[in-house]
Design a protein around this ligand. Structure first.
Ligand SMILES: Nc1ncnc2c1ncn2[C@@H]1O[C@H](COP(=O)(O)OP(=O)(O)O)[C@@H](O)[C@H]1O
Ligand SMILES: [Mg+2]
Length: 256
C-alpha cells in the first residue's frame, strides 16, 4: 500500500499539556481518512504537524516517503492543499485573487492561472461571475468552495481539510457533503478530513481515526465504532453523537 503520510511517535506539547501525544499514524494514498474527536483533542495540531507548519517535539513525519524537515517543509507544502478551520480567506482579496495567490507566487502565467481557475470553478460548481467578489460578498457555502479551490490550485497530491463544513448551516452542509465526496472520488487524491461529527466522518470515509487527548483511541469504520467500541470513551463519544443526531438516520440524512 502506498503511504502518503507516515507519522512515527510524534508529540507536541504546549506548556505542560500534550496537544499530540506519542502518535503513530499511517495515511494511505488515494483515499479519504477522517480524523475525529472532541474539541481540544489535537485534530488541528495533527494536521499542522503533517504539513510541517509546526515541528514535533519528538518523532518524525514523512510525506510520500520524504522526511518533513524545517528545510523542505515549505516546498513540500505546495504538494499539500490545506484548508484551515474557518477557511482562512483573505478578506481584502477577491475570490479569484484568493484562489490564485500561490500560483502567482510560484510564477504561473496569467493564462495558465485563468485556465486552472476555470477547471476548478467547474469542478466545484462555483459561478464564474462570482470570482470577482470579496469573501464578505459570498455565501458560506461559496466561501468553502473558494477555500477548496485555493487548496487545489497547484494540483496537490494531498488535501488536508480542517472542519471544512463546520461553519455552515445544516442544509448547505448536507448538500456540500454530498458534492465534496463526489469531488474527492473524481480526483482520487489523498484526503485527510477533520471533523467533530461522526456522521460527517462516515459520509466521507470508511477509515475513521478517533482521537482522545492527542492520541489515537480507535481507528475503524463507523459500523465498527458503533458495534465494537474499543473503550468506554469511544462508547460515550459515539453515544453522545447519536444523541445529537437523534433526528437523523445512520447515513446522516438531516432530520427535521
Ligand atoms: N498555539 C497553541 N498554543 C497553546 N496551546 C495550543 C496551541 N494550539 C493548540 N493548543 C492546545 O492544544 C490542544 C489541542 O488543540 P487543537 O489541535 O486545536 O484541538 P482540536 O483541533 O481537536 O480542537 C488544546 O488544548 C489547545 O488549547
Ligand atoms: Mg481544531
Amino acid at each position: 500500500m502506498h503511504l502518503m503520510f507516515h507519522l512515527s511517535d510524534i508529540s507536541k506539547s504546549y506548556g505542560p499539556l500534550f496537544a499530540v501525544a506519542h502518535t503513530t499514524l499511517d495515511i494511505p494514498a488515494g483515499r479519504t481518512t477522517a480524523l475525529i474527536g472532541p474539541s481540544g483533542c489535537g485534530k488541528s495540531t495533527l494536521l499542522r504537524l503533517m504539513n510541517g507548519l509546526i515541528a514535533p517535539d519528538t518523532g518524525s513525519v514523512t510525506f510520500d516517503g520524504e522526511a518533513v524537515t524545517a528545510a523542505n517543509a515549505s516546498s513540500l507544502r505546495r504538494r499539500m492543499g490545506y484548508v484551515i478551520q474557518q477557511g482562512g480567506l483573505f478578506p481584502h482579496m477577491t475570490a479569484r485573487q484568493n484562489i490564485s495567490v500561490m500560483a502567482r507566487h510560484t510564477g504561473w502565467t496569467a493564462a495558465d492561472t485563468e485556465s486552472r481557475l476555470q477547471v476548478l470553478a467547474d469542478l466545484t460548481r462555483f459561478p464564474l461571475d462570482a470570482l470577482a467578489r470579496y469573501p464578505a460578498e459570498l455565501s458560506g457555502g461559496q466561501r468553502q468552495r473558494v477555500s477548496l479551490m485555493r487548496a487545489l490550485m497547484l494540483d496537490p497530491d494531498a488535501l488536508l481539510l480542517d472542519e471544512p463544513l463546520g461553519a455552515l448551516d445544516p442544509m448547505v452542509r448536507f448538500d456540500l457533503q454530498t458534492e465534496l465526496a463526489d469531488i474527492f472520488k473524481t480526483l482520487g487524491k489523498t484526503v485527510v478530513l477533520v471533523t467533530h461529527d461522526l456522521f460527517e466522518a462516515a459520509h466521507f470515509a470508511s477509515d475513521i481515526v478517533l482521537l482522545r487527548d492527542g492520541a489515537v483511541e480507535q481507528r475503524a469504520s463507523m459500523d465498527v465504532l458503533l458495534s465494537a467500541p474499543a473503550s468506554t470513551f469511544v462508547k460515550k463519544f459515539v453515544g453522545a453523537q447519536r444523541g445529537l443526531n437523534g433526528a437523523r438516520g445512520l447515513n446522516g440524512e438531516p432530520g427535521l
